[in-house]
Structure formats: structure tokens, C-alpha cells
Ligand binder design. Sequence first.
Ligand SMILES: O=C(O)C[C@H]1C=CC(=O)O1
Ligand SMILES: [Mn+2]
Length: 372
Amino acid sequence: MTPSIESIETLLVDLPTIRPHKLSVATMACQTLVIVRMRHSDGIEGLGEGTTIGGLSYGPESPESIKCNIDAYLAPLLIGQPSSNLNALRARLNRHVRGNAIAKSALETALLDAQGKRLGLSVAELLGGARHDHLPVLWVLASGDTQRDIDEAFQHLETRRHGDFKLKIGAKPVDEDVRHVAAIKAALGEHAGIRVDLNQAWDESTAVRGIAALQEAGIELIEQPIPAREQAGLIRLANRFEVPMLADEAVQDARDGLDLIGGGFSGAFALKIAKSGGPRSVLGLGDLAQTAGIGLYGGTLLEGSIGTAAALHAWATLDEMAWGTEMFAPLLLKDDIVAEPLAYRDFGIALPKGPGLGISLDEDKLRHYARQ
Ligand SMILES: O=C(O)C[C@H]1C=CC(=O)O1
Ligand SMILES: [Mn+2]
């Protein structure tokens, strides 16, 4: 008998961060994971996860809306359906629910995890097979303090945990941000690549001034300097400067990718399972970018170990990513809810092995951190 989806449980899990994480849109002392436990009639459980950053400050979904919209709208569309046809289930969700890509990503992840466990295959194998079993991972310096960021960077270089760094800027006046970035770049010299992420903080004329100074300081990549909807502005900035632009919030899915490529964008794309609706859905944008010769970057919405593993399985199926990945968030959290933490070493992370995501829950930790 073909197995069917029996129940879908969602839990909000609050994990403290090891230090305040400061972005232009929010300062985080805690990350909330929306954990999905999807049970099937053959006794198999699939795990999924959705996250965002700072409640509603990053985008239109919050942890609470992800949970509520899964419980009220998405789960009822899946319960009772055959478990194994991911493409039919994706189409069903997209037909009846607009947007809500993070909620859909958590469900798509749980479906893939269950199917992998059922067939004895990893999620990467279900997606066509892994081309890499170790992916580079940078660290995000966002303590808000220049010297603390420099100390953090040297510590990660010495222990060979991270070799490149991304700086979160845009909350302070341009000149102050540029001084902060230039001081970190000067301290690290040629030891490490330094990129910045503005999270849409600047308008275009501020961006022209700021990027000129960042280029001069030796910064290698400028992520989402201006608002997501200003795609034409991002294309102009990419054409104006030698330092490449990385589209993040501006490129949610393949449709956005097509618009940017069609408009002559010459920078790189940040992929995120959360933006595109899951580890299978994100590959549409990945394939489009690779066809168009656009460099890729494996992005995160600061997922915990389950969401991070899901993204790694997707990234592993692609050609080598020109800009590596930022799948560091489990290390930003003080504790974990999985039995075996992900293995970070040699400036990167190992693709988890075993069927499905290759991840299992620590039930005690989950109970401890789950919101009542
Ligand atoms: O890139 C983003 O916009 C979101 C995220 C990724 C790293 C981080 O610290 O925040
Ligand atoms: Mn970003």
C-alpha cells in the first residue's frame, strides 16, 4: 500500500545566540526555529524547519505566521495525500496557497526527509546525487564592535573553522560603516576574503558613495545594498563597479532570477531554501543561474541544524558554488536540538550522511526549548 501523510505537528523552538547578532534590520539575541514533524502511515517521520530573522523585520513571514499558516492552511492540504509524490504535493500547495515560501520550505524538507528514510537514500541522492561531500562555510561578523569582530575572525582562522567573513552593515552612517569594514580588512590583510551585506539599507545614491569606498578598501562582494524591489538599480550598480554585487532579497526564486538575467545583471545570486520554497524548489533558480553563467552562493536565513542540513543536500547537487556558502548558523546558537551536531572542519562543513537529511532529534532538548 502506498503510504500517506497522517499528521503534521509544528513547534516553535527558541534558541539563544552565543552573542548579539546585529543586522541593519534587527539585533538577534535568540533564533526561533519552526520545527515540522510529519508522520506517515508507514511509521516514518520526516523532519523540516523554517526560520526567519527578527520576527517580521526581515520579510513578510514570521515564526508565528509560519506555524499558524502550516497548521491552518498547508497541513490540511497534505493530510491523507500519498506521501511519495513530491512534485504533485508541491503543485497542490502552490495552487492553493500564495507566497509563504518559508512554510512551504519546511514542509518540502519534511517530505524529502521521509522519502529518503523510506528508500534508504539521502536527500541529495533524491535530488539527483551529491557532487560534493564538503562545502566551504564563511562566518558572519556582526557583534557590533570592530575589535571583537577582528578577534573573532582571527580565532576562526587559527582553528581552521572559517576562512572568509561577511560583515553586516547598514545600521550606522555610511562613513562609520566604511571605517569599521576597512579596519577589519586591514587587520586581516590577505589572510581572508571580506564581504558585506547591507540587507537593503541604502538608497542608490548612498550605495554609489558607499560601494566606491568599500571597493577601495578591498572588499570582494557587496550583498543587497539597495531595496529588493529595485532590480534596475542593482543592475546599474553591478555595471558601474568592478566589485561584484550579490543579489539576495532581490532574487527569491527563478522568476526574479530570470528578470535580473534578462535585465543584464552581471553579479551573483544567493540561493536560500527559505526564499524559494525548499531544497527541491530552489534548484530551479540554481539551474537557471548556472545556465546563464551567474555565480552562486549558498545562503541561510539562520536555520538551525535541520534547515542547514536540508540546504547542504541541495547545494551539494550543484556545480561548485563560486562564492561558497554561509551555512554557519548552528554555530551561532548556544545549543542544538539534534542528537549529532553538524561537523564543521577545514573551513567548511561535511554533508551529513545517512538516509533522508541524516539528522535525528534530541527529544529532551527539543522539549526543553520548545515554546509552551
Ligand atoms: O543574508 C542574509 O540576509 C541573512 C543572514 C545570513 C547571514 C546572516 O547573518 O543573516
Ligand atoms: Mn543577505
